[in-house]
Design a protein around this ligand. Structure first.
Ligand code: FMN
Length: 212
């Protein structure tokens, strides 16, 4: 090969290597961008729950673990004592709440929530809001109505869940939805009930199967 031809060959090789290095770098940037887009798509989850005796709290803790979300309890400004929860007593707080109307949706009893402000702040940032409660007389407790009437769920995916001894979720979540601050963009999922505190495995499977 002549010297001039060799030089041309060398220059072309250098150019080719340069092009290969630059395109590899671009490739890395594209895959980094794709990875970032995937991370960005990760939903921001908040798990809200009201629990008088700890069962719903147990379910919420497992949902928090499964979703890697934030968990906040719905705190009654006036906490429910054991006597308040005695549904066998005609004069107890829960019986009076229950008897205030045909259903909690129709009642004007709305127990105050002491941490509503921080709940609102967390919900604002969230894409998905789990709302958990114990079943009381087949329905969500009145305080959960205070929540859905007081906190905007517009554009959010709402996942109701409950715990009970023998009743299921029933129409409790459907009734809550009728009073909730929602929009046409709110995705209100069917939700589910757990009899007692569910296992982590049960919760993981349920959460994995949800479409949001
Ligand atoms: C006032 C009141 C009403 C209840 N009504 C029902 C009911 O209708 N059906 C049912 O299966 N359990 C009922 N229960 C039981 C609770 O739903 C159950 O123990 C629940 O898991 C308690 O959740 P918590 O520990 O998070 O408060 C009732 C409990 C209370 C205090």
């Amino acid at each position: 090969m002549k010297k001039s031809k060799k030089n041309v060959f060398r220059i072309l090789s250098v150019i080719l290597m340069f092009v290969m290095v630059v395109s590899a770098m671009n490739g890395n940037t594209v895959s980094a961008k794709t990875a970032k887009a995937k991370t960005d798509k990760k939903k921001n989850v908040v798990v809200l729950y009201f629990s008088a005796t700890g069962t719903t709290k147990g379910a919420a803790q497992r949902i928090k673990k499964a979703t890697k979300g934030k968990m906040i309890s719905i705190k009654a400004a006036e906490p429910y004592t054991e006597a308040d929860l005695d549904y066998g007593d005609d004069e107890s707080r829960v019986t009076k709440e229950h008897e205030s109307a045909d259903s909690p949706a129709k009642s004007s009893v709305r127990p105050k929530i002491s941490n509503l402000k921080s709940i609102k702040k967390a919900v604002k940032k969230a894409d998905v809001v789990y709302i958990g409660y114990p079943i009381w007389w087949g329905e969500a407790p009145h305080i959960v109505y205070t929540l859905v009437e007081g906190v905007s769920l517009k554009g959010k995916t709402v996942v109701p869940f409950s715990t009970s001894i023998s009743s299921g979720l029933g129409s409790s979540a459907k009734h809550l939805k009728t009073k909730a601050k929602i929009s046409s963009k709110t995705k209100w999922l069917k939700g589910r009930n757990f009899y007692d505190i569910p296992s982590q495995k049960t919760v993981n499977k349920w959460v994995k199967g949800l479409k949001y």
